[in-house]
Design a protein around this ligand. Structure first.
Ligand SMILES: [Zn+2]
Length: 143
């Protein structure tokens, strides 16, 4: 997107499909929100703007290794023997978001450490059998 778009969920997802993680920053109090919000979650100001967080790093705040996942994850090959790790990463700028943890061993949760550094990554998934409809989800990989 080359023009300025209003901060909406739709535009957040559009950016995500372009592998851009866009949050928002409040021009009044400096708070950052992720996903982007038109209204600041801290001071309720509408004086907010897009903030590109694509290249951010952060620390793992919490995670779970999922053995019985949603239909979408089962279709991607995850199951009891091949679990996936899903976590909350708090970015260095203060924003926090959930995402798939890639490059970790979800079969050995003790090998994944809360407080370790992760960087924003993107996970591309196909929504249909033919692979014509794709969706990009937020992911994280160890630094
Ligand atoms: Zn604010």
């Amino acid at each position: 997107m080359s023009t300025i778009h209003p901060i909406t969920q739709h535009n957040y997802l559009q950016y995500l499909n372009e592998k851009k993680l866009m949050g928002s920053k409040c021009k009044d109090c400096g708070n950052v929100d992720l996903p982007a919000r038109a209204i600041c979650s801290k001071c309720l100001s509408i004086n907010t703007a897009w903030e590109d967080m694509t290249n951010e790093e952060g620390t793992l705040s919490t995670f779970s290794c999922v053995h019985v996942g949603t239909t979408r994850f089962v279709k991607r090959g995850y199951n009891m023997k091949n679990p996936y790790a899903f976590g909350v990463v708090t970015l260095d700028n203060g924003a926090a978001i959930t995402g798939l943890l890639v490059g970790v061993d979800a079969r050995n949760p003790e090998s994944i450490n809360i407080g370790s550094k992760f960087k924003v990554n993107f996970v591309e998934t196909e929504l249909d059998e033919e692979g014509t409809m794709k969706q990009v989800d937020v992911g994280f990989s160890p630094v």
